[in-house]
Design a protein around this ligand. Structure first.
Ligand code: ADP
Ligand code: MG
Ligand code: MG
Length: 381
């Protein structure tokens, strides 16, 4: 459903913007929301840019709950950043209120909109071009984790139900195998076997949570490079954006998903599996950045479990691709035949590779965990 000029005008009129609107244009390369950049001229003072977003109602069915999450988390971050002498207008997202005082607008079509102060002199990069970018995103997501370590995670709403409920994902997989509605089961015996052999991975975190051995955290759940603004001047990670998927979860999930995607030597849908492996150098780079960002806020147990998080997230993702393949590709968009199967295979190849490198991964992790415990955050300076 396209956005008309009238709809935009209606919405813009509902927000507390000041000055004269000079332009409005579609913005960024996000795939979820419809994002616009607006520029306002304010007297002789200069100008103010703002981001205006129509939220994706297909994916997020409870926009009000979602906005409660965003408001709670950004206010907490703002307080922390001010305490630390940072710049609360650049280091976290700032919602611009509507004229009715709410932090969002519902238009006459029933669509939900929100608006943020535009973060200037910073860029969101779509592709990792150099390891430093990957490192900076790790620091930013780690810092996000650290600053929110005293936020009551259980008060957050699940914006997507069962998002990282690995056990539930496994049940969905079993169901897909059983029904086999596309008759594809016979062609993926090996992959199904792989999932069954790894079933245990689906319950380990659950058990640890239940025993109270690992804490529930605020997780971001979309820790891609382009959800971090990198400061144009300093090249440092400045601000984590795209907070739609913040939910209660595990620190290991955010970490693990970043490794799954960012430390792989090949694309997620690479056909030549010999090209697919988990790069230990990139693993170490991300780990170092993440722990620096966390600034001592992870427990020793959580740090120990980081490689396991990488394995579980990768396994879960592969299992989801396989489930979707069995069910006829209705969740993940495909661009060629067997696309989801190809994706599933890269993920399982990665899991295998991590298993082969398990000792190395643990050794690297242990090295930083020790340093971290001994010398706290300054070590990483
Ligand atoms: P999506 O869920 O669609 O990815 P995002 O919230 O990530 O939506 O926004 C899409 C893009 O818009 C981002 O990648 C970034 O380039 C830009 N953007 C979003 N918020 C801001 C902001 N406050 N300041 C500057 N750019 C922003
Ligand atoms: Mg985004
Ligand atoms: Mg998003």
């Amino acid at each position: 459903n396209k956005i008309s000029k009238e709809e935009l005008e209606e919405v813009i009129n509902e927000f507390q913007y000041e000055g004269k609107l000079v332009f409005i244009k579609p913005y960024g390369s996000g795939h979820i929301n419809d994002t616009f950049l607006l520029k306002y001229e304010i007297g002789y003072m200069g100008s103010l840019n703002v981001i205006l977003q129509r939220m994706n109602r297909e994916i997020f069915e409870k926009p009000v709950e979602l906005m409660e999450n965003v408001i709670g988390v950004t206010e907490h971050l703002k307080k922390k950043i001010v305490e630390m002498g940072g710049d609360p207008e650049r280091e976290t997202l700032n919602l611009i209120p509507a004229k009715n005082g709410k932090k969002y607008v519902i238009d006459s079509q029933g669509e939900y909109w929100r608006s943020y102060i535009y973060i200037t002199d910073a860029t969101s990069y779509d592709k990792v071009e150099k390891p430093e970018d990957f490192y900076e995103s790790a620091v930013a997501f780690g810092k996000f984790q650290g600053l929110l370590s005293d936020y009551p995670a259980e008060s957050l709403h699940d914006t997507i139900r069962g998002f990282h409920d690995t056990k539930a994902r496994f049940l969905a997989f079993q169901n897909a195998v059983e029904k086999d509605i596309c008759g594809r089961k016979a062609s993926v015996k090996k992959e199904i076997e792989f999932v069954l052999e790894h079933e245990k991975l689906t319950t380990v975190f659950d058990t640890l949570i239940r025993k109270g051995e690992i804490p529930l955290r605020v997780t971001h759940n979309d820790t891609k490079l382009n959800n971090v603004m990198i400061d144009d001047k300093t090249g440092k990670g400045l601000c984590v954006i795209d907070l739609d998927t913040i939910m209660p979860g595990l620190a290991m999930n955010d970490f693990g998903d970043s490794i799954r995607f960012g430390a792989s030597t090949a694309a997620e849908d690479e056909i030549d599996l010999t090209k697919v492996s988990c790069d230990m150098n990139l693993y170490e780079i991300y780990l170092r950045g993440f722990l620096k960002g966390c600034n001592g806020k992870l427990t020793s147990k959580e740090m120990e479990l980081l490689p396991f998080g990488a394995k579980v997230m990768t396994f879960e993702c592969g299992m989801r691709f396989l489930t979707d393949y069995l069910e006829g590709d209705h969740y993940f968009k495909i661009h060629r035949e067997n696309h989801n199967l190809d994706r599933c295979r890269t993920q399982f190849k990665l899991v295998e590779d991590m298993e082969n490198k398990w000792e190395i991964m643990q050794k690297i992790t242990e090295k930083y965990r020790r340093m971290y415990k001994q010398e706290k955050s300054d070590y990483f300076g």
